[in-house]
Design a protein around this ligand. Sequence first.
Ligand code: ACO
Length: 429
Amino acid sequence: MSEDGKERAVELRYEGGAHALPLLTGTEGDKAFEAKTLLSHAGMVTLDPGFANTAACQSKITYIDGEAGILRYRGYPIQDLAAGSSFLEVAYLLIHGELPGPGELKDFSEQLRANAALPVEMRAMIDALPRDGHPMVLLGAAVNTMAAFYADTVDPGDSDQVDRATLLLLAQLPTIAARIYRNSVGEQPLEPDHSLGYVEDFLRMTFGGDSGSKELDELYAKAMDLLLILHADHEQNCSTATVRVVGSSQASLYGSVSAGINALFGPLHGGANQAVLEMLEEIRGLGGDVDSFLAKVKDKESGTRLMGFGHRVYKNFDPRSKEIKGLAAQILDRQEQPDELFELALRLEGQALADSYFTDRKLYPNVDFYSGVIYRAMGFPTTMFTVLFAIGRLPGWIAHWREQRLDPAARIARPRQLYVGPAKRSYNG
Ligand code: ACO
């Protein structure tokens, strides 16, 4: 043990010296050696593309054990939250650290509903954006402009402003998303109805009425709520890391979340749910020939991946995919005709899991493999899928941004590099 009270259990030996590094242990026994002094003491940095071995912070929000397929928000297993909580309770839990009591939940919900309407100028701004633009592009743009529409809530150093920005983002993201959708299909946008719940009103603002039966509407709202819970946080994924990196410069919460939306849009991240549906359509177009599609995936030259499969962290199974697969079966069961794409997805999963290419590389269905078939059954076009992911992920982004803001160890994110370009050369020849 050294003067700073940290156990120095890792020793780095290198030509010309040695340096002892503190070893830190997380709640669940995970180990990390602290490399903060590496450059100043040993004169070297770590090289870790994709940060796969690098912890950028200590966090109290979400725990994942990828080998065991465990996901917990603030200590609670995802399965328990999925079975017993609403999305708003989970959002509150992620952001404030504890589940709300009945009074707190009522207040939280009322405040969100009361702030759901967009300023008139913001509506006009969204309506002026290209209506055939991808909804994720428009969503990122609209959220970024909230820093201008609510300029008195952008100071990360002011807790009241941060609380107000938190509320406005949570309250208005569904309203913005529904407006973008209505514009894209040439229908008049609908204003929020404060008497409805968060998810129910989002579905109403999007589809503008009921789906034909109260029972079906309730099932869709329940399914949407569950999907939002399952997407609500996933520790240091690409978009959350982006939110933290942008926030580390003391950019506003709006600017940081807008950056997160753009990171989420990438096909290797949140864009995968859209890509899965496109892949299933493609296979259907090939007459449902799963074998030749999988052969193409296994041929590295083809550059084709089995979308919705594989995960940086889960190397056994993704606990969210199990919940979603069950939900998909429940929803699609209600349809008069069997859902061709769902059946195709089941076949694809079955064949992939019986194939050593996938099992050897520990590639299993992830959260996106079945979510798209549910969204499609509800009536969402594929371009809206990642927008739904963003609505779900928003509380996680906010929780991480707020945690970093109060973390005394947080510094501006500024990675190092190993320069391998040309050595100094003469400009004048
Ligand atoms: N299909 C086919 N092969 C795959 C796939 C896949 N979906 N995913 C990984 N592999 C292969 C790679 O080619 C590589 O093979 P190799 O060892 O022979 O070279 C091996 O498995 C390891 O793959 P990496 O790319 O190193 O894994 P990484 O952890 O970097 O990537 C990722 C994870 C991006 C999720 C990847 O599995 C992928 O592209 N999946 C498809 C896209 C997807 O579904 N993304 C959603 C992720 S969940 C989320 O963001 C919400």
